[in-house]
Design a protein around this ligand. Structure first.
Ligand code: ADP
Ligand code: MG
Length: 222
């Protein structure tokens, strides 16, 4: 028997051994969900002969990703290096760089955090001679992030009033300046990948072929 299974209780074991289609595990905090995903990855590699590079495990927090990587290094040894384990954002960034040509970004893009994005919005406001007090950078960054989350570029925004129209212009300018700076913000990391996967059949096929096993931790938080 797989020695890794000794560290699991019966329901955890069942989830680790699950064969075939999608499986969703709902269980309370601290009940061992991250452990189940980690052991399942190890099981796929050591017992089912799955190549590590065919497995993608995504988490919500850096902490969970780190825990999983540390644990997997112990469970599967050197093969852990070829596993894809990371947060949603880090995984998307890695995929965007790897498939940069197909996505239409430069491989060497810079990632802007919220602070950087706010500074960029402030530059846009200055360019447009708009009052920073009337258009708070923080709120604008949040709004732009929400639009990207809904997979809407400036042209796809639902505009209901003149204020929205102004936000739409700011968003468009922001995107232009971001492109010139070769920068992607946090929301872009997911937004750009979603756009590319939706529009590029070849990319969809390639990702489907590559990642035969997808494990998502902390799905409830998304
Ligand atoms: N069957 C088990 N035997 C021993 N320790 C366990 C077992 N299941 C979970 N744990 C431990 O309990 C803690 C919480 O588990 P974790 O997987 O992080 O839970 P969750 O992701 O559901 O919040 C961790 O320290 C984990 O190692
Ligand atoms: Mg967890």
């Amino acid at each position: 028997m797989d020695p890794g299974l000794a560290g699991l209780n019966p329901p955890q074991r069942e989830a680790v051994l699950h064969d075939g289609g999608p499986l969703v595990v709902f269980a309370g905090a601290g009940s061992g969900k991250t452990r189940v995903i980690t052991y399942r990855v190890a099981h796929l590699v050591t017992e089912r002969g799955v190549a590590p590079w065919n497995i993608l495990a995504v988490t919500f927090t850096n902490k969970a990703a780190q825990e999983m990587r540390d644990r997997l290094a112990k469970l599967v040894g050197g093969r852990a290096r070829d596993l894809w384990v990371g947060t949603f954002h880090a995984t998307c960034a890695r995929l965007l760089r790897r498939f940069a040509d197909q996505v239409g970004v430069r491989k060497d893009f810079t990632i802007y955090d919220d602070q950087d994005s706010r500074a960029m919005v402030k530059r846009v406001l200055k360019d447009m001679e708009l009052d920073e007090k009337r258009y708070a950078a923080k709120l604008l960054v949040n709004r732009i992030g929400r639009e990207k989350q809904e997979v809407r570029g400036p042209g796809d925004m639902i505009v209901g009033n003149v204020f929205d129209e102004q936000i739409q212009r700011i968003y468009a300018q922001y995107e232009e300046r971001m492109a010139k700076a070769n920068a992607l913000d946090f929301s872009d990391l997911i937004y750009r990948l979603v756009l590319a996967v939706e529009s590029e059949e070849a990319l969809r096929v390639e990702l489907g072929r590559r990642f035969k096993h997808l494990l998502v931790d902390e799905f409830q938080d998304t």
